[in-house]
Structure formats: C-alpha cells, structure tokens
Design a protein. Structure first.
Length: 299
C-alpha cells in the first residue's frame, strides 16, 4: 500500500512539473501594452493628418482605461481583414438581440499595462507588417465648463469629469460604473454611446448620449486595399521600426507598445465658439475615436 501511495505521489509530482514547464505556457511571450499620447499625430479615417472639424472643438482626454475586442497581425497591405493571424477576439453575446461585445467579460487596462499576451509558440512564424486592433471601451477624464444654478447656488467655472465611452461596433451592457455612479442599460448600444459623470455642489450626476452613426474616427491607412466594415473600430497601423518577425525560435519575450493618439480625440459641437465643452448647455459629443496608432516593437 505504501509503495502504491508513493508511486501515485511521484506520478502527480511529475505531472505537475510537466505542466509547469510546458513551453506553451511558460515560454517566451508576445506581449501588447497600451500607451496614450496626446502629442502623436492627429489622423483621420484614411490615415492622413486632420484638424478639428469647423464648428467643433476638441481636447486631449486623460486616459484611465482602454479595452480591446480583436487583434490581428497582417503580413501585407493587401491582406484582407480576417485573413491574417488572428490572435484574439473578445466574447460576444446575443442577449441584447444582435451580436455584440459582452462588456461584462471585457478587461480594461491603463497606461503601460498589458492588455494581451500569447505564447510565441502559438503565433504562426512569419513576417508581419501591420497590426489591426479593434478598440472597444474607453474611460478618461475631460474638462468641462458650467455657468448655471444648482439648488439655488450659482456655479461657474471649469471642472473635471469622467467619461465612459463605447467605440466598438456594438456593445451589450447590463450595469457599468462610470466613476462612482452606476448606469443600468440592459441592452445593446451602438458605436459612439457614452456616459459622463460630474460632481457639482457635492452632487454626483450622470448624463449619457449617442454620437451620430459613422462619426467615430477609425484610422485605416489601408482603406483602399484592405477596408474595414463601417461602424467597426478596427484601427490599422504599421509596426515600427520595421516588421514584426516571428521565427518560432525566440528565446525571450517580444513586447509591442501600442501607442494610441489621443490628440484632441474628444470632439464636440462648440456652439458658442469658446473652445470649452459645456454639456449642461447641450453641446453634443460627436467623436471619441482614437486618432492614430503606432505599434512599437520593444519595451
């Protein structure tokens, strides 16, 4: 009996050692991290530099969190969406009717944090020139201006509030936290849905809205050879300083820092032309799309 128990223990130990040393889980990884840059070029849908639209104003939001929905490596400019190496696709659900990103299963991370990693042993060897990344959820702080009366007290000045915005093609939301307040939806929301929390006179308040269909910027310099579906948020960019090369013989991690341009990425209709967002006066948000992407290879 003792010999049997000893044999069983040895088998369990060997099994555990085998699992922990599995190259698929402990070998070198391909790691993706976020960086948010307000000085990076401000691009339009086709990847060309653009200014804020006439009649609108914009500001650099202070990013707290971002989540992604889809990640693909594309070998060439002619690789159609979905024909490259698809590394990740977030869970979707039809609980709200049409297929949508399941926000309850999404993971949002901040500056310098890893948003996705995969063992290099699971990535097809090859040379990849382009990254396609579908962005889904954003949380950031913005400044706003008020000139109003609340509970009999006049309030005038510039303040800071928090925006939760959803730029994926479609998102199923149950309850979500903006900053301190929870918003209940229990349904799908199309690209461009947002909620804004402010605290004036000690009273936290949330308002929400929907940017116009098609108004969210989705930068794709390959629009002529490799388009993305309307209403998606699949941002496309070339790796820097050169192609991402996977040999299958890597001995250490490869880190890709995905630098996202937040250069005046929060844009609204500036009704009174003062350059300040005034949500209590009805100034409408029109664009919350990321203004470009540079996937840099290296820490």
């Amino acid at each position: 009996m003792k010999h049997l128990l000893l044999s069983a223990c040895i088998l369990l130990l060997l099994s555990a050692c085998s699992k922990s040393s599995d190259p698929a889980t402990t070998g070198p990884q391909l790691i993706f991290k976020f960086h948010f840059d307000s000085t990076q070029a401000r691009l339009g849908n086709t990847g060309q530099p653009v200014s804020v639209a006439a009649g609108n104003a914009g500001q650099h939001p202070l990013f707290r969190k971002m989540s992604s929905h889809y990640l693909e490596l594309a070998p060439t400019a002619n690789t159609m969406l979905g024909k490259g190496a698809i590394l990740y696709r977030a869970p979707e659900t039809t609980a709200g009717g049409e297929s949508a990103i399941d926000f309850s299963k999404s993971t949002a991370v901040g500056e310098g944090e890893t948003f996705f990693k995969v063992p290099l042993s699971q990535v097809a060897a090859g040379s990849y020139e382009w990254l396609r990344l579908s962005l889904a959820f954003q949380e950031y702080d913005v400044s706003f201006h008020v000139d109003t009366v609340i509970s009999g007290f006049p309030i005038k000045g510039d303040y800071t509030g928090t925006v939760a915005s959803f730029i994926g093609f479609n998102t199923y939301l149950q309850d979500f936290l903006v900053k301190t307040k929870t918003v209940s939806v229990n349904g799908n929301r199309k690209q461009g849905y947002w909620a804004f929390e402010s605290a004036l006179a000690g009273q936290p308040n949330v308002v929400s809205g929907q940017a116009p269909a098609g108004a969210t910027t989705v930068v794709n310099p390959l629009f002529a050879t490799s388009p993305v579906p309307a209403g998606s948020c699949v941002v496309t960019a070339a790796f820097a300083p050169g192609k991402l090369v996977i040999t299958g013989q890597e001995q250490k991690d490869i880190v890709v820092t995905v630098s996202l341009s937040v250069n005046k990425s929060f844009e609204w209709v500036d009704d009174n032309k003062d350059g300040k967002w005034e949500p209590l006066s009805g100034e409408k948000v029109v664009d919350m799309g990321i203004r470009g992407m540079i996937p840099r290879i290296g820490n």
